[in-house]
Design a protein around this ligand. Structure first.
Ligand code: E4P
Length: 223
């Protein structure tokens, strides 16, 4: 199972990368907006430079999302984003216009992450449009009392039926149990916020056990 970090924050990306468990990064416009210090002066060039900085830190796929709505505009933007670095994956929304853009961009060898996916039909369309990744948003489904992980299970099953090679990237993860369930279902990737990555390591018995070992280690004299 691959772990991506779901953030545009360079410090968080460096910290997760240092752990040696990071396979890639996902960003979206909202995550980028969070790290912008001067919103009035943040240009599209600044956005592309920021994605380039992320690519310098992590040796793996980095998803950068288009910020336009028509297929034509998404194609232009997707080509520009893909030109930043060979590891950039272009994120397109699962709309009719997004599908057209995905089909065009993937046909030209640009890797696509189909985003804002909330149904199995959308996931089938993403695979047929040649997306490299499909991103079901589990947390946002849970938020409206619909079991997000049931969608992941459906997509994994459907993709197995037809041997679709699109990787299932579980997005909108809110807590460690989402990661566990995604792994049990056999999803290819989980994109995880830094806070949840930190929670994955935690266990109270590890903390109390370590304290006891450190206390008992006092009998071992240095040198
Ligand atoms: C990542 O690709 C998604 O954009 C992200 O996981 C969405 O997360 P959210 O629902 O917490 O905003």
């Amino acid at each position: 199972m691959k772990f991506f970090i779901d953030t545009a924050d360079l410090d968080e990306i460096r910290a997760a990368n240092d752990l040696g468990i990071l396979d890639g990064v996902t960003t979206n416009p909202s995550l980028v907006a969070k790290i912008v210090q001067e919103p009035d002066n943040f240009s599209y060039e600044d956005f592309k430079n920021h994605i380039a900085k992320i690519c310098q830190i992590v040796n793996g796929p980095v998803s950068a999302e288009v910020t336009t709505l028509t297929a034509e505009e998404m194609v232009v933007q997707g080509e520009e984003l893909a030109a930043i670095d060979e590891n950039v994956v272009v994120k397109c929304p699962l709309t009719l216009e997004g599908l057209k853009a995905m089909h065009h961009l993937s046909g030209n060898g640009i890797r696509i992450n189909a985003t804002l996916v909330f149904s199995p039909t959308q996931a089938i369309l993403a695979a047929k449009a040649g997306a490299s990744y499909v991103s079901p948003f589990v947390g946002r489904l849970d938020d409206i009392s619909t079991e997000g992980m049931a969608l992941v299970d459906q997509i994994v099953g459907i993709y197995e039926n037809y041997r679709f090679t699109t990787e299932v990237l579980v997005a909108s993860i809110r807590h460690p149990q989402h990661v566990v369930e995604a792994a049990m279902i056999g999803a290819d990737v989980a994109t995880i916020p830094f806070k949840v990555i930190s929670q994955l390591v935690k266990h109270p018995l590890t903390d109390t056990g370590l304290k006891r070992f450190m206390d008992d280690a006092a009998v071992i004299k240095n040198g």
